[in-house]
Every structure is written in C-alpha cells, then in structure tokens.
Design a protein around this ligand. Structure first.
Ligand code: PGA
Length: 248
C-alpha cells in the first residue's frame, strides 16, 4: 500500500501540556518524509492549539476532529459545525464511532446529516463500522456491517476512509484473527463498490487494541490500509513506534 494511514484517536484525554509534548516528541521520532500519513485527533477544545504547534513547527501530521454537529434551522448552544472545524485547520473527521453510536444515540439519520455536513465542507471522513461479540457469535457480522455502510451511498469516495472496529476489540486487548480481519475488510470494500456502483477501492483501516507489537502483523494483511489507534496513541513514543514499524 502506497501511503498507509495511522490515526491517533485520543477520545476524552489530554491537556495543553500533554499535547505540546506529544507533538514535539512525535516530530523528533517520525521522519517528516515518512510514507505513512499520520492523523492526530485530540478533543475539540485542543484542536486550535494543536494546529498552531503543527503549523509553526511544520510537523508532518494532519489534524482531525472526533465529532461535529450538523447545521440546524434553530440555534444550538454548544454546537460546533463542519465549517468551524475547517476554519481551524481540520482535514479529517471521525464519524460513526461505536462509542458515539451507543452513548450519544447517534443513529443513521443523525449520522447521515453529519456525513452531509462534512461533505459540504470537504472534510475527509473516517467512518467507523463494527459488530458486537454477540453479533459475531451468531454469524451476522457481515449483515451488520452492510447495514451500517448503507448510509454511505452518494458520499463521494474521494472523501471517505473506512475504519473497521469490532466493538469487542476496542480497549479489550483482543484482536481478531488476521483471516477474519481480511474477510471483513473485503466485505467493506465490496459493499462500498456496489453501493456507489464504482470500481474505486476506498481505504479501510483496522481499529481495536492496536499497539506497537501487533501493528506490523495487522498492516501486513492484504486489505488493511491503515490503523485507527486509541489507547496506544496517547503516548508519543508508542504511537511513533507504530508509525515507524508500519512504514517499514
Ligand atoms: P483502542 O481504541 O485502540 O483503545 O482499542 C480504538 C478506537 O476506539 O478507536
């Protein structure tokens, strides 16, 4: 794969000083010409701060947000929309993460509006899909994934990255068998092609308990185009090792 992508999804973690140190350490440990594209997704309140450090020091990392609010026809206290994220220098947005689906009740109708807002502002979308352990055990993983993907019809493929994140692998230390990852990634790629009636292969990233030890083996799986890293991304040394190991 030409340019694997690695995403640091910080979730609700961090502080000004942690972000400051993390970005400088990342810069000192990762070759700025690395063929791997890294994307840093801190909490929204730190995005501008991170952007300033990245720009002033020309650090080779993109900036992504973990959520957005779609525009509504009423006022919305606390809302942050796609144009604001674009305005402060975000290139990417994570949508459909299982934690937001479950704790914030983000269903398909909400996600579709968020997707459309992102497309309108040209934000690249990292769209997460994944099944629960129960769904896997009763053999319906592929049906679940296809249903989650159905709202991506009409989303331009040049703005789309997929992240396959089985819920039972997130933060558990349990990583699926390589053949299972391969099968699920192929399912995602095929489904997207048929949804959009296109031959374009959208990048599909794997996420769920990725760390510096398992990253090299996961990236070797043929249809894995990158990694979405949660817990192991909080430490700059760990994250840099993942980036450097998959760059080869
Ligand atoms: P994890 O999280 O790497 O801590 O399992 C991944 C994610 O939820 O994006």
């Amino acid at each position: 794969m030409a340019h694997p992508k690695v995403i640091a999804n910080w979730k609700m973690n961090g502080s000004l000083s942690k972000i400051h140190h993390w970005l400088y350490e990342f810069q000192s440990k990762v070759d700025p010409n690395s063929k791997t594209e890294s994307i840093f997704c801190p909490p929204t309140c730190y995005l501008s701060f991170a952007k300033n450090i990245i720009s002033e020091n020309r650090i080779g990392i993109y900036l992504g947000a973990q959520d957005l609010d779609f525009d509504r026809d009423f006022s919305l206290t606390g809302g942050i929309n796609a144009s604001m994220l674009k305005d402060i220098g975000c290139d990417f947005i994570i949508l459909g993460h299982s934690e937001r689906r479950s704790y914030f009740f983000e269903d398909d109708s909400i996600l579709l509006q968020k997707l459309n807002s992102a497309v309108e502002k040209n934000l690249k979308i990292i769209f997460c899909v994944g099944e629960t352990k129960e769904e896997k055990n009763i053999g319906v993983s592929k049906e679940i994934i296809r249903t989650q993907l159905s709202i991506l019809k009409k989303i331009p493929s040049n703005l789309l990255l997929l992240a396959y994140e089985p819920l039972w692998a997130i933060g558990t230390g349990e990583v699926p068998h390589p053949e299972y990852i391969q099968e699920m990634h192929e399912t995602i790629k095929d489904e997207l092609k048929s949804l959009n009636d296109s031959e374009i292969d959208s990048p599909v990233l794997y996420g769920g308990s990725v760390n510096e030890d398992n990253a090299p083996d996961i990236i070797k799986i043929i249809s894995v185009d990158g990694l979405l890293v949660g817990g192991a991304s909080l430490d700059a040394d760990n994250f840099s090792k993942i980036v450097n190991k998959i760059t080869g």
